[in-house]
Design a protein around this ligand. Structure first.
Ligand code: 8DG
Ligand code: MG
Ligand code: MG
Length: 143
């Protein structure tokens, strides 16, 4: 239904691949606290998806990325602690601009730290919208 004044938000979510691994971090956030998610965040006015992906990854991990491709779009409508959320998720894939870079935990209030995981051995629990995408067959390695 419609809630007065509420609008859907657009979020860009970045699957950063290194070899057979992908980078996730454990959230420190009122939404999805202690669950693992990819770097990402809200699309700013006037940004391309690629610009948003590169900016969010830089802000959250210090890393520079390249080869950014859109993989999937999700429409996430859910409630958390009685509060309604509506996110359009733009899932992108990217590579490290220089393969020897390691992530830094630039926003320690928002994340416990970043690490690399194989797709068959993802950490648990995943952030709910990400778990939903995985359950629906999303896989950035064969997308
Ligand atoms: P910003 O203020 O830096 O723009 O945003 P943020 O604080 O970094 O936002 P976020 O929660 O990290 O990401 C925005 C939304 O994107 C999140 O609340 C829901 C949606 N989202 C998914 N899947 C994922 C995911 O795997 N990682 C992240 N970070 N966000 C995701 O649907
Ligand atoms: Mg974020
Ligand atoms: Mg952010």
């Amino acid at each position: 239904g419609t809630i007065q004044g509420a609008v859907p938000k657009v979020a860009v979510v970045v699957c950063l691949l290194k070899g057979k691994t992908v980078m996730l971090g454990r959230r420190r956030s009122s939404l999805g606290d202690s669950t693992f998610s990819f770097p990402g965040g809200h699309l700013e006015f006037g940004e391309s998806f690629g610009e948003c992906a590169a900016r969010e990854v830089k802000e959250e991990t210090g890393l520079d990325i390249e080869k950014i491709e859109v993989l999937k779009v999700t429409n996430n409508i859910f409630e958390d602690k009685g509060k309604p959320y509506h996110y359009v998720g733009i899932y992108v894939r990217a590579m490290l601009a220089s393969p020897d870079q390691e992530p830094e935990n630039v926003e320690p209030d928002m994340c416990d730290g970043w690490d690399w995981y194989e797709w068959d051995n993802l950490p648990k629990p995943l952030f709910r919208p990400l778990q939903n995408a995985v359950d629906s067959g999303f896989n950035p390695f064969d997308a």
